[in-house]
Write a protein that binds this ligand. Structure first.
Ligand code: SF4
Ligand code: FES
Length: 528
């Protein structure tokens, strides 16, 4: 492995790596704007120039490959003078509007201005003023904040392959723009706001909602499809405000789809189930969560007593975590060893692929399956063994079952006009009000993925853990917590410990993340 020395520190680098990336990989930092590890390297912003011993002029660290034994100086008089000059030049036309800019707190221009900028401007002329532009459904462009790094243009050419953005004009009249009649509406469009190093491209969805320094980031997984994109849920005081990509070289690299980015809106859906109910004199009546669970258990037990084994079923939603699903299956089989386990509906669209428009190489894919854990639930069904059926069998009425526990957790209403559950006793544990919850015998509010711990298996068989970022609404209790109690286990359900207790390969590939939310409150289980 080649070694280089940067500002007196020895760093191990990879063969043919650029100086800047070697420094970043080693945990260091060099100022940079136009460089992004997922894009081509134009070396146009010039702030990353460094001195290399043996080379008479400054070189761009983002575009200069390392050599074994190379000695690099980024804090020498020459290098620092360049950084200051570049900063002064970039700030000539940049508005001083940090106080009202959404990027403040995570802006590279602001950060480097503190480190390398002049405290006073020598520019006395009028700053160039450029108009704001609405460039797409999700993105707004504050053109006078742009530093022409061209990351956004390269993204639309090299990752989304849609090429909506381009550089218009020359010199100080240069502007980012969209081609006429071609707005930035591709399904990866939100990523341009992530990679814009300043507050020029902003996500309308997040605009003026929160100052970023109030936000905490909890690592999580996308619920939008089977891709398993790695994300951060950014939240404050129990509310999620945005979703950002989390780098994973094997899954989504630096990018996420817009479906993933805006999936958190489901958490505040006005159809959210927040009240447990049980039937009283033929009509649903609000009940304490524990009393509703008691009624659910009583109804299922009565059905088994009346009709014998094989009368129960459970619908394991592909939105459930593997832990939720395993505990639900285990519990239903503890009441009825011949209970039928059913994988819930799997809504499917088209697989959408994106290609680099210059090389034709595939860069990203949005999976056709619009649920995150079909594979994980199938793995659980195999693990549990025993009778299983498809959801189509269940709704067609071809199964001899008459009492069941149905889970949902989908981001939108999943119940279609054809969804007809078997006649008999029904428990619905779901996140949104649906036609099924309106007619169920017992309804239990459930949390969304952002409100609980667990793991999902993506389309490629990768099992990935996610952690609760925010607490669930009052009265919503994680599915696994309910079955944990019903199976007689004491205390709080712990997803990581439970996952590790399952047979391989569950613990082998899951990577648990920290739970930053308050634990889901246990509920008092009333004795039957
Ligand atoms: S809009 Fe942002 S990403 Fe695009 S060129 Fe300007 S500064 Fe760079
Ligand atoms: S980051 Fe190297 S020139 Fe822009």
């Amino acid at each position: 492995m080649p070694k280089i020395t940067v500002d007196g520190q020895s760093i191990e680098a990879k063969d043919r790596q650029m100086i800047l990336q070697a420094v970043l990989d080693a945990g260091g930092d060099l100022p940079h704007y136009c460089y992004h590890p997922g894009l081509s390297i134009p070396a146009s912003c010039r702030i990353c120039l460094v001195e290399v011993e043996g080379i008479p002029k400054l070189v761009p660290s983002c575009q200069t490959p390392i050599r074994d034994g190379m000695v690099v100086h980024s804090k020498s008089t020459k290098a620092v003078a360049n950084q200051k000059q570049v900063m002064e030049y970039l700030l000539v036309n940049h508005p001083l509007d940090c106080a009202v800019c959404d990027q403040a707190g995570e802006c590279h221009l602001q950060d480097y201005s503190y480190q390398y900028g002049r405290s006073q401007s020598r520019f006395e002329e009028d700053k160039a003023k450029k108009p704001k532009k609405d460039v797409g459904n999700h993105i707004i462009l504050y053109n006078d904040r742009c530093i022409m790094c061209t990351r956004c243009v390269r993204f639309t050419r090299e990752v989304s392959g849609t090429s909506e953005l381009y550089v218009d004009g020359r010199g100080h009249k240069e502007e980012i723009d969209i081609f006429p009649g071609q707005p930035l509406n591709n399904k990866l469009s939100g990523n341009v706001a992530d990679i814009c190093p300043v507050g020029a491209l902003l996500d309308k969805d997040f605009l003026f909602k929160q100052r970023v320094w109030f936000l905490k980031n909890t690592p999580s997984i996308s619920p939008a499809d089977a891709g398993g994109e790695n994300i951060y849920l950014a939240h404050n005081e129990g509310k999620v405000y945005r979703i950002k990509p989390r780098f994973n070289a094997d899954v989504n690299q630096w990018w996420i789809s817009d479906d993933t980015r805006y999936s958190y809106h489901a958490l505040s859906d006005e159809r959210r189930l927040t009240v447990a109910t049980k039937r009283h004199l033929g009509a649903p009546a609000a009940a304490q969560f524990a009393h509703a669970v008691t009624a659910a258990v009583a109804g299922l037990k009565a059905a088994v007593t009346e009709r014998g084994q094989g009368t129960l079923y459970a619908v394991l939603s592909p939105m459930l975590s593997c832990e939720d699903a395993h505990l639900l299956g285990t519990y239903i089989r503890s009441l009825d060893p011949l209970a039928t386990l059913v994988l819930g509906p799997v809504p499917t669209g088209q697989t959408e692929t994106f290609k680099n428009s210059l090389t034709g190489k595939q860069t990203f894919a949005i999976q056709a399956e619009k649920v995150p854990n079909r594979k994980g639930i199938e793995r659980i069904l195999t693990l549990l063994g025993g009778p299983t059926a498809t959801f189509a069998d269940l709704t067609a009425g071809s199964l001899k079952v008459s009492a069941g526990w149905v889970t949902g957790g989908y981001l939108t209403n999943w119940v279609t006009p054809d969804t007809k559950l078997p006649q008999g006793f029904t428990v619905i544990q779901d996140t949104l009000v649906t036609r099924l919850s309106d007619s169920a015998d017992v309804v239990l509010p459930a949390p969304f993925w952002a409100e609980k711990d667990g793991c999902w298996e993506n389309h490629a068989g990768k099992i990935q853990a996610f952690a609760a970022a925010v607490p669930p609404p009052d009265n919503a209790v994680q599915e696994a917590q309910v079955f944990w109690h019903l199976l007689g286990h004491p205390g709080m359900f712990n997803a990581t410990a439970y996952r590790q207790s399952l047979p391989d390969p569950f613990p082998a590939t899951a990577s648990p993340t920290a739970n930053e939310a308050k634990p889901v409150p246990a509920f008092e289980f009333a004795e039957l």
